[in-house]
Ligand binder design. Structure first.
Ligand code: PLP
Length: 387
């Protein structure tokens, strides 16, 4: 044994099993305990470097198990597929303000290809009405309810603990995508969720240099089904990506705290500018779900995302302001279509979401963990420079 304090990168495709007896033992134990296996078999099944990274996520989410995959979408594929047994399933209910990729998956894979009965629950005035939710769930009796802790790009926070309670009352399983809130703000399993998923590409990795996904839970039967499906579908993350994730996740709390702080400062500055007509940030008193965010997150913070809209008397003026702002900040705030990067990055909302959010002045900003004064000075200078 070498006295290294780091985890090694095990690049083995297959692991040495020596003889037939050991091989039988390894295969017999395969789904028994994902996180303490005595013998490894093949890296698509499990890998020691991956297991080490999974343990870090278990610690953060407070879960009994965590399973890493090569992207957030593959974690979502695992989470959904294990509850589908032929077509004999009850309806599935999705909150409508969730990641566009998940909506496309539900529409194109679950509904069109697999024939599932998919329903959507829509907020009114950027807020989920829980009485309407209870009426709908009473009528549908869904198998699954799927929510996000903070939506994208309007950053709507549901009263998630109440949602989970209602879903449980009517026998539904709850899957929470906790990518935007992260366990720093809320741990859904403690509130009774059945599965928590993350695009670990975002805040867990935190450096914009890998794609990864993870699903976490406490239920053993769900874990076994997920291990099996991940293996069949080949959704396992590579040892190299797991190693980098394992290293980068050590600084997660520190990074995310600073991202929440930077986002709150940016939101305040934008709110004060007469060039900006509206700011969406759950930490602002005027946000449609500020109360829900306070209830769910307490005083820990409100996430690292801010959405805002440029003022203007017409579409052309708004669009011009948006474009001038993007150009003015471009030396330090880049237009990169992801979130949770080390530096603040942005995306023009209309260009990405199209008809769903057609306001031409809208920008979604992902706050980085860079020096706050530097970031604010870039934004203040840019706001001053645009007419
Ligand atoms: N969930 C949320 C909330 C996301 O924002 C994303 C991607 O942006 C995903 C899931 C999918 O993750 P990935 O891109 O890692 O597959």
């Amino acid at each position: 044994m070498i006295n290294s304090a780091r985890i090694p990168i095990f690049r083995d495709a297959g692991f040495e099993l020596t003889d037939a007896e050991t091989t039988s033992k390894a295969f017999a134990a395969e789904t028994k305990n994902e996180h303490e296996p005595e013998l490894y078999i093949y890296s698509r099944y499990r890998n020691p470097t991956v297991v080490a990274a999974e343990k870090e996520i278990m610690r953060l989410e407070g879960s009994k198990w965590a399973l890493l995959t090569q992207s957030g979408m593959s974690a979502i594929d695992v989470a959904f597929s294990i509850f589908q047994v032929g077509n004999k399933v009850k309806p599935w209910l999705f909150f409508s303000e969730i990641y566009g990729g998940t909506i496309s998956y539900a529409e194109n894979v679950l509904r069109k290809r697999r024939g599932l009965d998919i329903h959507s629950f829509v907020p009114v005035n950027d807020k989920y009405d829980l009485r309407a939710f209870e009426l709908l769930i009473k009528k549908l009796r869904p198998e699954i309810v799927y929510i996000e802790a903070i939506s994208n790009p309007m950053l709507i926070v549901p009263d998630a603990e109440a949602v989970i309670k209602i879903a449980k009352k009517y026998g539904a399983k709850i899957i929470v995508d906790n990518t935007f809130a992260t366990p720093y703000l809320w741990k859904p399993l403690i509130s009774g969720a059945d599965i928590v998923i993350h695009s670990a590409t975002k805040y867990f990795s935190g450096h914009g240099n890998l794609t990864a996904g993870v699903l976490c839970g406490n239920n053993n039967a769900i874990m076994k089904a997920a291990i099996e499906y991940r293996k069949f579908a080949g959704h396992m993350i590579s040892a190299d990506d797991a190693y980098r994730l394992h290293t980068q996740i050590q600084t997660f709390n520190l990074r995310f705290r600073q991202q929440c702080f930077n986002a709150s400062m940016v939101a305040e500055i934008l709110e004060r500018s007469e060039k900006v007509s509206k700011v969406w940030y759950p930490g602002l008193k005027g946000h449609s779900t500020h109360k829900e965010a306070l209830k769910l997150f307490g005083d820990k913070g409100f996430g690292g995302m801010v959405t805002f809209d440029f003022a203007g008397s017409n579409r052309v003026e708004k669009k011009n302001r948006r474009d001038r702002f993007i150009k003015a900040v471009s030396d330090s705030i880049k237009l990169i279509p992801t979130l949770g990067d080390p530096h603040t990055i942005l995306m023009p909302v209309e260009a990405v979401w199209g008809a769903k959010y057609p306001e031409p002045g809208m920008i979604r900003l992902s706050a980085g963990f860079e020096d706050t004064d530097e970031l604010l000075s870039t934004i203040i200078t840019a706001l001053k420079s645009i007419k």
